[in-house]
Ligand binder design. Structure first.
Ligand code: C5P
Length: 286
């Protein structure tokens, strides 16, 4: 077998309603999750031993303490299948870390896909979903890789209505924001589930549907990192922005645009005003 690559696209929570809390402290969600045309890339090559090599613009942000999420995925897949072959994995890291766009989850999902191919093993869908969930709440949706209504703590997935062509600009102020404190800082009553029932006809209709919903983690994220509020305000000032919103538990926010040219112009405007921020125009994948 020769080398092959698998893309690990950024996950974007277009909506995120916190609808309850489990006994174990995990929160129950109702979230419209989609993917963006920007992400990390994993290359897999046959090898007698398992190895991981990391390069790319945000490689230095990967925490060195604890087990890397890709190697954890490999270990759990080996345990679940009883098959443990080697493999040389090269990760090109482009997404910021601890950023609310599922960088680690996308890498773990891509690692599971790549290693199943490299090792020529498979798992029943439910066993694979449970394995993914044990790595992280967002790993199952990243395995799916298509727009989904995500419920439970991430384990209940339903295909979302088709999304119209649209563009995003992802903006991260280069401040890591860890997920647990953001969930902990959330206060007030839980939201009701409010899924998208119909396919919005165009980007404007999508923006209207999203504007009627929200990301419930935005207020606690701003409390912990006020710069998130600045990011949202900066996105809102760009020309032709249909909607500014935070993804996941932050700190990455996105602007929604109808056209590629509008997104590229908005990205250029934001890069000029905020040279230290990570800013990526990307297609909303359907
Ligand atoms: O599973 P993951 O590592 O993505 O979650 C990190 C932390 O975020 C959890 O330990 C939990 O504190 C919080 N979380 C939550 N409810 C979710 C997902 C995550 O409370 N649905």
């Amino acid at each position: 077998m020769t080398s092959f690559t698998i893309e690990a696209p950024a996950k974007v929570n277009l909506t995120l309603h916190v609808v309850g809390k489990r006994e174990d402290g995990y929160h129950l969600l109702d979230s419209l999750v989609a993917f963006a045309g920007v992400g990390d890339t994993l290359e897999f090559s046959p090898s007698g031993t398992l190895s991981l090599d990391v390069s790319g613009p945000t490689a230095s942000q990967i925490p060195t303490e604890g087990e890397n999420i890709i190697l954890k995925a490999a270990r759990l897949l080996a345990e679940a299948t009883g098959v443990s072959k080697g493999g040389a994995i090269r990760l090109t890291k482009r997404l910021p870390v601890a950023a609310g766009i599922g960088g680690g989850s996308a890498d773990a999902a891509a690692a599971l896909k790549g290693l199943m191919r490299l090792w020529d093993v498979s798992l029943a869908p439910e066993a694979l979903r449970n394995l993914a969930l044990s790595i992280g709440a967002d790993v199952p949706v990243c395995l799916a890789g298509t727009p989904m209504r995500m419920m439970g703590v991430g384990e209940v997935l339903e295909p979302a209505p088709a999304l119209p062509p649209a563009w995003l600009v992802l903006v991260n102020p280069m401040v890591p924001l860890h997920t647990p404190p953001v969930f902990k800082a959330r206060t007030g009553p839980f939201s009701s589930a409010d899924p998208l029932r119909e396919s919005p006809g165009d980007a404007k209709a999508l923006a209207l549907a999203l504007a009627a919903r929200r990301n419930d983690l935005t207020p606690p994220a701003i409390t912990i990192e006020p710069v998130v509020g600045e990011v949202l305000a900066a996105i809102a000032t760009t020309a032709d922005c249909l909607l500014p919103r935070m993804s996941g538990s932050g700190a990455t926010c996105f602007g929604l645009y109808a056209q590629e040219a509008q997104a590229r112009l908005a990205a250029a405007q934001l890069i000029a005003a905020h040279p230290g921020w990570w800013i990526a125009p990307a297609q909303l994948l359907s």
